[in-house]
Design a protein around this ligand. Structure first.
Ligand SMILES: Nc1nc2c(c(=O)[nH]1)N[C@H]1C(S)=C(S)[C@@H](COP(=O)(O)O)O[C@H]1N2
Ligand SMILES: [Mo]
Length: 360
């Protein structure tokens, strides 16, 4: 076991704050990601969890409130479960770094994503209890962790539009895969915003602030924004990221391994983001000239990734195998990472590619 009960084969990008992703194989074939294989993205040290933890609700509300953990679980609010995929905006950044360096950001592979069953109360129910004022348009979440990487150093925070916050899928979760939420994933309570970049699913939640404008902290106003190739990071520069873009990658085999020639089974995930659904996944072994359709596995609902598998025929020799997904808005993925390169290395949703050496 490495830190925080994770598998020993996690790829550790940073020890403190802890940032790690599983190898592809650890995600393969599990509709729900085991807790010991779920990626961790943190911008500051895991904060101490106090028994006297309370959640404040304030800002543009009729009634400011403060809730104990017991009160959030004692039956006043309905407990619901949502199967949802979290995906970091930096997932698959390594593909962008191959195009051009992204200084100061971790080279995440395809494992900065995972799917869990989250249990907790609906954010909407808490907002209805507090009474949202008519001037409100955004809901901000502030965590208990202090990030020294932020400029200036500050508590981690982020916001989502009020109309998303009122959706029944947005949870304040205290359980993950039927277990108490692990410390590294935000205990005792975190936000889960299905369909949005992982950065908005704030861990170690301490305060909810209803606002007229988006959160003005570093991780909303400066980071997690999509910059044009010639822009530099700064407050308000670039486009705020929100809904996740359609994306897909291979989970098995591992990239660069040998396989026997003949029929080879490949598998992976596809995730549509927003409220969209994955409708098709295509596989090519000839650089995208021709495609076969992968089989989509069990549908876990619109907030979860879709696992897929396909059998391809490989002659002895080196092959590049490509995957691309389609969604319910008829989006598909861009062919080359070079066309989506950006200075902070977010949202690499270009075609997934692995190399396989087929032996005779
Ligand atoms: N309080 C807090 N919440 C946070 C973060 C953080 O650093 N602090 N990181 C965010 C980012 S960028 C991502 S991708 C997800 C990762 O969630 P996980 O570590 O549970 O996988 O948490 C988000 N919530
Ligand atoms: Mo992230």
């Amino acid at each position: 076991m490495t830190a925080f009960g994770k598998r020993p084969d996690m790829l550790i990008h940073e020890q403190e704050p802890f940032n790690a992703e599983p190898p592809r194989s650890a995600l393969a074939r599990s509709a729900l990601t085991p807790l010991d294989a779920f990626y961790v993205r943190g911008h500051g040290p895991v904060p101490e969890t106090h028994r006297e933890w309370r959640l404040e609700v304030g800002g543009l509300v009729q009634r400011e409130r403060s809730w104990s953990l017991e009160a959030l679980r004692d039956g006043r609010f309905v407990q619901t479960e949502v199967v949802a995929t979290l995906q970091c905006a930096g997932n698959r950044r390594s593909g962008l770094i191959e195009v051009r360096d992204v200084p100061g950001e971790a080279p995440w592979g395809p494992g900065a994503t995972g799917t869990a069953s989250w249990r907790g109360i609906r954010l909407a129910d808490l907002l209805h209890d507090a009474g949202v004022r008519p001037t409100a348009h955004h809901v901000a979440f502030i965590g208990a962790d202090r990030s020294a990487e932020a400029d200036p150093p500050q508590l981690y925070g982020g916001s989502i539009p009020l109309r998303k916050a009122l959706g029944s899928e947005v949870l304040l979760a205290h359980e993950m895969n039927d277990r108490p939420l692990p410390a590294v994933h935000g205990a005792p309570v975190r936000v889960v915003v299905p369909g949005y970049i992982g950065a908005r699913s704030v861990k170690w939640l301490r305060r909810i602030e209803v606002r007229a404008e988006p959160w003005d902290g570093f991780y909303q106003r400066t980071a997690y924004r999509l910059l044009a190739p010639d822009q530099e990071m700064g407050p308000g520069v670039g486009v705020e990221l929100g809904e996740i873009a359609l994306n897909a990658d291979f989970l098995s085999p591992e990239d660069g391994v040998q396989v026997p020639s003949g029929p080879v089974e490949v598998s992976g995930y596809a995730f549509a983001g927003g409220r969209r659904e994955v409708t098709r996944v295509d596989i090519s072994t000839d650089g995208g000239a021709t495609w076969i359709q992968a089989q989509l596995l069990e549908d876990q609902g619109r907030w979860a990734w879709r696992l897929w598998q396909a059998t391809i025929e490989l002659r002895p020799g080196d092959h590049e195998v490509i995957a691309r997904a389609w969604d319910s808005a008829a989006n598909t993925q861009p062919e080359r990472a070079s066309t989506v390169w950006n200075p902070k290395g977010y949202v690499n949703n270009s075609w997934a590619r692995i190399r396989l050496m087929a032996t005779s």
